[in-house]
Design a protein around this ligand. Structure first.
Ligand code: UFG
Length: 308
């Protein structure tokens, strides 16, 4: 059954793939994005790929001056529910500017909750992260793993999950899915949308891509002395199109009138090391990826991957 869905952060890397997936199956979307880390062209390309139109509201969910507009637009849209992907996501930046991260990420989530409540559309899919697990679990990690995020960014994700759980307890009509993403990578097969971060990429795949096209000289591999099979960090890399399908599945699940809040891992269920990822990227792109081993990055853990 097609649904009317608000997509907060719909112009970003993951959001744009979610929009294409949902619109291609007939859902009607209202995208809210401030374009602080997204390109306006992404919207044209979402329209082109899904062959459908979409309404876009350029507003900042964390800005009190924008709140009235946002509440009004969401109510007028008459949504069934929302997917909330808007927020700041750079781990290092969150350590340097924690207040900004708490303001933006938690403020945006609270605005979305208020707007959905006012619109009487109490279905909420939240873009959480495997970062909520921290370093204390045995791999593979399932949803009952302990939570101990190690930086302000991760704590914003964890706190928002907890807020949503409190809200589900306070009002039994709420239906909430916390999607805990592992490491999203790749792009739509058309090549028309993908990951294109502003500035120097923080994450492994966009960095490797920029080395492959000659935009950067070499990759720094952060540490080769972890207790992993080759000493480099191990992560669970999930294709962004599979991740997008996970959002569609979460909406279908909520459409069955499931009440309360649930946590769901979105991973591939397999861990790859940084050195394995470099070798695979090299093979797939047919380009050299020069790299050097540098010290570990603060806050990184040795290994995490999802249970399949
Ligand atoms: N890495 C490098 N060099 C780089 C960048 C990364 O060696 O230039 C390594 C990291 O040390 C790590 C692996 O590549 O071992 C993956 O690092 P990413 O920065 O791509 O991803 P993270 O696992 O650190 O974090 C990602 C997202 C977070 C999310 C987290 C959940 O960026 O938003 O996954 O586990 F919270």
């Amino acid at each position: 059954m097609s649904q009317r869905v608000v997509i907060a952060g719909g112009a970003g890397y993951i959001g744009s793939h979610v929009c294409v997936e949902l619109m291609s199956r007939g859902d009607t979307l209202l995208i809210i994005d401030d374009f602080s880390n997204a390109h306006p062209e992404a919207i044209d390309r979402i329209r082109e790929l899904s062959n459908a139109n979409v309404v876009v509201l350029k507003r900042d969910l964390a800005d009190p001056m924008h709140k009235a507009d946002i509440l009004e637009a969401i109510k007028a849209f008459r949504p069934d529910g929302a997917i909330h992907l808007a927020g700041l996501k750079a781990v290092g930046e969150s350590v340097a500017e924690p207040e900004r991260y708490y303001n933006v990420n938690i403020g945006s989530a609270l605005t979305m909750i208020e707007a959905l409540k006012a619109a009487n559309a109490k279905k909420f899919v939240f873009s959480s992260s495997a970062t909520v697990y921290g370093d204390g679990n045995t791999n593979p990690v399932n949803e009952s793993g302990g939570t101990a995020p190690t930086n302000p960014y991760g704590r914003t994700k964890f706190f928002i999950e907890e807020i949503l759980k409190d809200i589900a307890i306070s009002d039994a009509d709420w239906q909430i899915v916390n999607l805990r993403y592992f490491n999203p990578v790749g792009a739509h097969p058309s090549g028309r949308i993908g990951e294109d971060p502003n500035g120097i990429p923080n994450n492994l795949f966009p960095f490797m891509a920029q080395v492959a096209v000659g935009k950067r000289d070499k990759l720094s591999v952060f540490g080769n002395d972890y207790p992993t099979r080759d000493g480099s960090g191990v992560r669970d890399y999930i294709h962004v199109c599979d991740l997008a399908k996970g959002h569609a599945a979460a909406l279908d699940y909520l459409a069955e009138d499931k009440k309360g809040a649930i946590d769901i891992n979105l991973g591939a269920g397999k861990g790859y090391s940084v050195l394995e990822a470099v070798a695979a990227f090299k093979r797939a792109s047919n380009r050299d990826i020069p790299f050097e081993i540098t010290p570990r990055r603060d806050g990184d853990i040795a290994e995490i991957y999802a249970a399949s």
